[in-house]
Write a protein that binds this ligand. Structure first.
Ligand code: APR
Length: 171
């Protein structure tokens, strides 16, 4: 289902052939579990080797690497906030993650990009609030960046898909 350039999909992000996939990483950029682990497993060891040259990534920022064995040409690694109840700047940091990813995408002429539900797994960010931020930032990016044609939100479970469907209906 496409909604003005935004599409929801339920597949494994590592198999999606887009210009860039986004990784929900941690500050070390040394890999981990969840989507981070899946992306590193699929990309192969060269991804970690390139990540090691980047010196980590502060929460809210993003770094770009090649995709190596992934079908995607680029991986944009971003570090989402850990949810602590919403009173420690989490919403602003999550919004910054999306903006950081979109600005790197623009710098690299990315036409289509796939995002996981950043921070909503291990980092426990509530899915509905996170989806609202994701959709709002996606709408802004599509309006500002004419090179960007398609944004895929990868919903790896039913609860995430429902949250994104609700957010798309609201904005
Ligand atoms: N494809 C798409 N989405 C996936 C995949 C996959 N292969 N695997 C997991 N997901 C989904 C999860 O179901 C969740 O909806 O990605 C979303 C983000 O969850 P996490 O991967 O746990 O990421 P996050 O909550 O941002 O926590 C980041 O987890 O893996 C570690 O190194 C990572 O420390 C960092 C932390």
């Amino acid at each position: 289902m496409t909604n003005n350039g935004i599409q929801l999909t339920e597949e494994d992000i590592t198999g999606i052939k887009v210009d860039a996939i986004v990784n929900a990483a941690n500050n070390s950029l040394r890999g981990g579990g969840g989507v981070d682990g899946a992306i590193h497993r699929s990309a192969g060891p060269e991804l970690l080797a390139e990540c090691r040259t980047l010196g980590g990534c502060p929460t809210g920022e993003a770094r770009i690497t090649r995709g190596y064995n992934l079908p995607a040409a680029w991986v944009i690694h971003t570090v989402g906030p850990v949810w602590h109840g919403g009173t420690q700047g989490e919403p602003g940091l999550l919004a910054r993650c999306y903006r950081s990813c979109f600005s790197l995408a623009q710098e690299h002429g990315v036409r289509n990009i796939a995002f996981p539900a950043i921070s909503t797994g291990v980092y426990s960010y509530p899915k509905e609030e996170a989806a609202r931020i994701a959709v709002q930032e996606a709408r802004r990016a599509l309006a500002e960046n004419k090179t960007l044609a398609k944004i895929l939100f990868v919903c790896f479970n039913q609860a995430t898909k429902l949250a994104y469907q609700k957010a798309l209906a609201e904005f």
